[in-house]
Write a protein that binds this ligand. Structure first.
Ligand code: ATR
Length: 271
């Protein structure tokens, strides 16, 4: 039995144990995936205990993704760029840290027929979530990526950091005046957790534009409502969650599970 765990806080309502249980069933791989609630100084000892108990792979979530960089012997480029680890795997030469959040989003966009290649992408937000997806997004070579953020400096700094990887510009909402024609709107702020919404404008987008929110569940509601008022097709981030899990599962097992049946089960609430 493959021993896996999720470390973070909160983890009580995480869908990851359910997702990986279904991936295990689907591929016929016996696994034991548990959520371990811990943060800060508790992480070291809990992770050490997991290793002693035979742990082979782990996921990290808030607030431990950065701390994850400190427990691995090798760090993959995606995790180094995002300065965050969401997936750990035990290899012969020690623990390897990776980050499948951004590539999980790309996998879901591909599934939805929304490949950003050659498209004009508008990303709202410049926090940890935005930083985590920007590398894999730019790897798809969009024609243009604009990052808008409440705190302008943060968007500018993020754009600067990725400037060598594509055409990427950062700014504040007050500078967005004459933006238009974007094909894909990516909502990467955490504002939905407070049932709030950034100051978005339909005029920034092409008539056939599509929106994607990195959030799902109640935090997705305000953005979903705005999109529906604007007659804008919008996807929530549940597919990204399943996508990042599918890529983590592949890192642990060498097998890429199917996302669709798991997504369908989660959406119909058969958990
Ligand atoms: P996360 O890891 O979810 O990205 P974060 O790093 O704290 O969390 O970043 C939160 C993001 O949501 C930031 O872009 C933040 O904007 P600021 O950089 O100006 O703080 C954005 N955000 C949060 N609440 C918001 C709100 N009510 N309106 C607009 N943007 C908001």
């Amino acid at each position: 039995t493959l021993k896996l765990a999720l470390f973070g806080d909160p983890v009580e309502h995480s869908l990851s144990p359910e997702i990986h249980r279904r991936f295990g069933q689907q591929t016929g791989i016996a696994l034991d995936y548990r959520a371990v609630r811990c943060r800060g100084e508790d992480f070291g000892p809990r992770f050490a205990a997991f290793i002693v108990a035979g742990g082979r792979g782990a996921n990290l979530t808030v607030p431990l993704k950065q701390a994850g960089l400190g427990v691995c012997q090798q760090v993959a480029a995606a995790a180094r760029t995002a300065r965050a680890v969401n997936t750990l795997v035990r290899r012969e030469d020690g623990w390897h840290g990776d980050n499948t959040d951004g590539s999980g989003l790309m996998l879901d966009l591909q599934r939805l027929g929304l490949d950003p290649a050659g498209k004009r992408v508008l990303m709202i937000g410049a926090g940890g979530a935005a930083a985590g997806v920007l590398g894999p997004l730019l790897d798809r070579q969009p024609a243009l990526t604009v990052i808008l953020n409440r705190t302008r400096e943060r968007a500018e700094a993020l754009a600067q950091k990725f400037a060598h990887r594509g055409v990427v510009i950062g700014g504040g909402f007050d500078q967005a005046g004459d933006l238009n024609g974007f094909d894909l709107l990516i909502q990467a702020t955490s504002s939905g957790h407070g049932q709030a919404l950034p100051p978005l404008e339909r005029g920034w987008l092409d008539a056939r534009a599509v929106a994607y929110d990195l959030n799902y569940g109640p935090a997705h509601r305000p953005f979903a409502d705005w999109c529906s008022r604007q007659s804008l097709v919008c996807h929530d981030g549940l597919g990204m969650l399943v996508g990042q899990a599918a890529l983590a599962f592949e890192i642990w097992t060498g097998r890429r599970p199917q996302m669709d049946p798991v997504l369908a089960a989660l959406r119909s609430g058969q958990t």
